[in-house]
Design a binder for this molecule. Structure first.
Ligand SMILES: O=C(O)CCC(=O)C(=O)O
Length: 251
């Protein structure tokens, strides 16, 4: 696994995200993939509709997202505590970090929908909003199968207004007009094993996957120790989430 270099912090502070090519070698990527497959086979079938989300709940092959994998499986708890990744998060956030969540993001071939533009920080409800996600590609991902897009420098704009998106797994989306008015949008094409790290306030989105290729990634979330949950903001977010789950029948 590659290690942190000081130049990464400079780019992260300037742009709100960094690309680390080849963070994982193929053997390391294979190990995560094997464990994701094991988790999908053994744990996911026991989860509720809200905990494991599908493009089509009648088709298991359309699994699109699941979170809290670290709480459900020791392999993912260990992965979240990997010293090099925790060290990277600490160096970028300049603080001790609280490892929070391991998520699986998939856009199944042909049916995977787009990820609406959002700031993770809107969901996290932190004050100060200082957290990051380490997102690791398990497939080569490009314009055809759902590349991530970041709005450069958008982490400096504070928490922006979000509203109900009615997209499963991403209940809140930016209500701003065009994100390109906020900053330059950058498409990140990645190879399996590459890693993107984004700040909790960096606006990001992703394309759909109309292709025949898989598009899978793992997201690991770390909060800065100085960031504390704002109960009022969390209450507003939870209310919107519950209302959308009721409407979509995914309680
Ligand atoms: O993989 C995706 O499409 C979304 C990832 C994302 O929103 C995140 O990691 O915060």
């Amino acid at each position: 696994m590659r290690t942190f270099t000081p130049g990464m912090k400079e780019v992260f502070d300037r742009d709100g995200f960094i690309l680390i090519e080849g963070l994982l070698n193929q053997q390391e990527a294979n190990e995560i993939e094997t464990n994701v497959e094991r988790f999908i086979g053994a744990v996911v079938p026991k989860l509720s509709k809200a905990q494991a989300m599908y493009e089509d709940y009648a088709k298991p092959e359309t699994l699109k997202q699941t979170g809290d994998m670290n709480q459900r499986d020791p392999y993912f708890a260990d992965l979240l505590s990997t010293p090099k990744i925790v060290g990277l998060a600490q160096a970028l956030l300049q603080d001790e970090v609280i490892p929070k969540n391991v998520q699986f993001f998939s856009k199944p071939p042909g049916v995977g929908k787009a990820t609406p533009p959002h700031q993770d920080g809107y969901y996290f409800c932190l004050e100060p909003n200082e957290a990051l996600t380490v997102w690791i590609a398990l497939d080569d991902i490009d314009d055809e199968n759902g590349a991530l897009h970041y709005v450069k420098g958008s982490h400096k704009k504070g928490v922006l207004a979000h509203g109900a998106s009615h997209v499963l797994g991403f209940s809140q989306g930016l209500v701003e007009g065009r994100v390109t008015e906020i900053g330059q949008e950058v498409t990140c094409r990645v190879k399996r094993g590459d890693c993107l790290v984004h700040h909790s306030l960096t606006i990001h989105s992703a394309g759909a996957n109309p292709s025949k290729r898989p598009r899978r990634a793992i997201g690991m979330v770390y909060f800065a120790n100085r960031a504390k949950v704002d109960p009022e903001a969390m209450h507003r977010y939870q209310e919107s989430l519950e209302a959308q789950r009721k409407r979509m029948g995914t309680m």
